[in-house]
Design a protein around this ligand. Sequence first.
Ligand code: TXA
Ligand code: MG
Length: 315
Amino acid sequence: METQILQADAKSVEIAAALLGAGHLVALPTETVYGLAADACNEIAVAKIFDVKQRPEFNPLIAHVTGPEAAKDLVEMTPLAKELMAAFWPGALTLVLQRKENCPVAKLASAGLSTLAIRAPKGETARAVLQKLGRPFVAPSANPSGRLSPTKACHVADLLAGKIPLILDDGSCRIGVESTIIRADGERPILLRAGGLSVEDIEAITGPLIDGTATKSDKDVPHAPGALASHYAPQAPLRLNAISAQPDEGLLGFGDIEGDMNLSAKGDLTEAAANLFSCLHEMDQRFAKIAVARIPEVHLGRAINDRLTRAAHKD
Ligand code: TXA
Ligand code: MG
């Protein structure tokens, strides 16, 4: 695939929005770092992000919106969230909130969690693309997993050229580090990631933050991002690499192994990733035990297997 690099202007913003609307990925600047954007409501487009970034697991993504009005359609607002949005949006603050019952954002973006991270970026290009697209995009930092976050278009090109159709270039990102992440679905704010908005600025509005950045062992505080322990796992026990179902099991198929549901009848790993969490949810409701067909350990299959293995080994 040839990667175009276009200077950000009204015309290239329109091209970017059209590509996103058609399910393609676009790298674009925000005020924090360059993001790798996909239509948040298109499961396949969201799955492509994990493929291009070569994430070995499904780390949840941030949905980018124009502001509080757009956020209301996606997540349950809390007084705390409203207060923080009023003070710091648009800006380098991501809020983790409970997804609304019929939140249109792909389940894969939440990695199967009940929560969704949202942020209204301040960068002009990102805002213009959001307005043209007319719905949210998800955007992790535009680097392959484990590499530094890019703050210039040339960084993105070094890392992702040939893998995406378009990079919008708007020079250096003003802030240069990722957004600060606060969990705001309860009464007290919990810091999940330090970032471009200072803790002091936030505490001036909310009072002391609970530190959730190193809480893997602290039972009172929800897990920090990246700790990955809190991903969705079904209630039903999972059996992996199944060829057929036992009498008491439902079978989640892949490719030729049809099953009660199929992650991808044509054996496409991107489609399988896009379907993974919604299939697990539904299978969990329908069956007391779940058997899952073998998923090849390549491309997105690695992330799918990572998630399935963890889910199968939970106590
Ligand atoms: O500044 C930024 O936030 C940039 C720009 C592009 O907006 N984006 C960014 O995304 O840094 P990413 O994917 O590289 O980092 C998102 C972080 C991850 O550590 C992830 O675990 C956490 O947000 N996260 C996302 N959804 C979450 C959720 N529902 N609960 C807890 N953590 C979440
Ligand atoms: Mg990142």
